[in-house]
Design a protein around this ligand. Structure first.
Ligand SMILES: *Cc1c(COP(=O)(O)O)cnc(C)c1O
Length: 457
């Protein structure tokens, strides 16, 4: 009996992908290949490369959703070929977008939530730009109606996210950032009014300051603007950038007045793909009242047989994230969102509790009262390591924790920030603290604690 050398020819498709021809070469980088290749092979090699990306679940730097359940994946798949802009072809997706807008308007206490206007966007950056544009337009109309010049608009804010700097530059608005003073981590009512004048299109208050996770005091800022109006006649509206806080405050701080309960708040944005729990690619902006979005900014597009109003900076965009957002709002309900965020806040607070024990850390924000986050600095000038060193150390175990200086005028303080999101269990939180402790021990030259020796209850 002869030995069977080979069942099928050499170029057979059962060959192991990593032993195949394609796997022996560098994948193309500069030129589209001439011929086609086996899809499974290409898929494997491309996904293999992606192992070099950080592990999203251990990314404690991002506000964005890194946990998606199977039902979200199912809905995303179902909607992969639906274009959100084609409201005529996909009227039910458009209807679902509208339902979300009204549900959020209601969650944020809009006076006439069922009637007001809003839309989804790709992210809060775009939503902020739309909010800023509406306010710039409104301000210009008012100025021109009074026969005054409207060529030097400004906006007043605290330490805003980068998108507001982009808005200011792209749309020719002067950004007046109120510097941090004392122990402050955000814009306070005392300083803000000094920066406002007749050319101020709005004050932007941030609910969930990117650097630290704290909330700026919207009600107090509004009261300071009421004062200013009494003194000077200037009536300056507020836009709340609630990119992260918009889906936290209604559930964790239900008594906080930061939203449309404050009459001066004309528009609010929030990222569905942050604490809204939706997959990446959806945010929301809602106006207090239809009249707060200038008519001239909406285009009525007679397109493919339908008449649809659009107000957006982009055009084609997938519908899956919006549909998933609707699913998540229905699936979790208010109680579900509260429970999920409460669990995250507890974990954040647990870390805050451990930090002073683990190293020379001083808390700037302990995870209570605003976002489920922790933020701290080193309070010992003689510490033999920096927070940047600690970030590197944590990275060795896959954790991504950013270190950076505070904004002006507190650039001398370097901080580290940890965000806890859906999908981070208490057990993982404990393992993270053990890694943090091990990092500190190594950096200070002490013996490393055994990983299994950590008990957190
Ligand atoms: C994340 C964030 C943004 C930008 O949001 P994207 O959804 O990432 O575009 C804007 N403002 C604040 C306060 C944020 O936290």
């Amino acid at each position: 009996m002869g030995i069977i050398q080979r069942l099928t020819p050499k170029d057979d498709t059962n060959q192991d992908i990593f032993a195949g021809l394609l796997a022996e070469k560098n994948l193309p980088r500069y030129r589209v290949p001439q011929g086609s290749s086996d899809p499974r092979e290409v898929r494997s090699l491309v996904s293999n490369e992606l192992l070099l990306d950080g592990n999203a679940g251990q990314n404690l730097a991002t506000f964005c959703t890194t946990y998606d359940d199977e039902d979200v994946r199912y809905l995303m798949d179902l909607a992969i070929n639906k274009n959100m802009i084609d409201k005529d072809e996909y009227p039910q997706s458009a209807e679902i977008e509208n339902r979300c807008v009204h549900m959020l308007a209601d969650l944020w206490h809009a006076p006439d939530a069922g009637e007001t206007i809003g839309c989804s966007t790709e992210g809060s950056s775009e939503a902020c730009m739309l909010g800023g544009l509406a306010l710039k337009w409104q301000w210009r109309k008012d100025r021109l109606a009074q026969g005054k010049s409207a060529d030097r608009p400004n906006l007043v804010c605290g330490p805003v996210q980068i998108c507001w700097h982009k808005f200011a530059r792209y749309f020719d608005v002067e950004l007046r950032q109120v510097p941090l003073t004392g122990d402050g981590l955000g814009m306070g009512p005392e300083d803000m009014a000094k920066y406002c004048d007749e050319n101020t299109i709005c004050v932007v208050a941030t609910l969930g300051v990117t650097f630290t996770g704290i909330y700026e005091p919207v009600r107090e800022l509004a009261a300071a603007l009421d004062d200013l109006q009494e003194r000077s006649g200037l009536d300056i509206p507020i836009h709340v950038d609630a990119a992260s806080g918009g889906f936290i405050a209604p559930f964790l701080q239900p008594d906080l007045e930061w939203d449309f309960q404050v009459p001066r708040v004309k528009s609010i944005n929030a990222s569905g793909h942050k604490y809204g729990l939706a997959p990446l690619g959806v945010a929301w902006i809602v106006w207090r009242d239809t009249s707060d979005l200038p008519e001239e900014l909406t285009f009525r597009v007679d397109y493919l047989g339908g008449d649809m109003p659009t107000f957006a900076l982009n055009f084609s965009r997938p519908a899956g994230q919006i549909i998933s957002q609707y699913y998540l709002l229905l699936r979790h309900g208010r109680d579900g969102y509260r429970e999920i965020h409460e669990a995250c806040a507890k974990s954040a607070h647990f870390i805050a509790d451990q930090l002073p024990r683990v190293g020379p850390f001083e808390l700037l924000y302990d995870g209570q009262g605003a976002l489920p986050a922790v933020c701290y600095r080193i309070n010992d000038d003689s510490a033999p390591f920096t927070l940047y060193d600690l970030s590197d150390h944590l990275r060795m175990r896959g954790w991504q924790v950013p270190s950076y200086p505070l904004p002006a005028n507190r650039q001398d303080t370097v901080i580290q920030r940890i965000l806890i999101r859906h999908g981070m269990s208490r057990d993982m939180t404990g393992l993270f603290v053990a890694d943090l402790e091990a990092g500190v021990k190594t950096l200070t030259g002490g013996p490393r604690p055994s990983r299994s020796g950590f008990h957190h209850n």
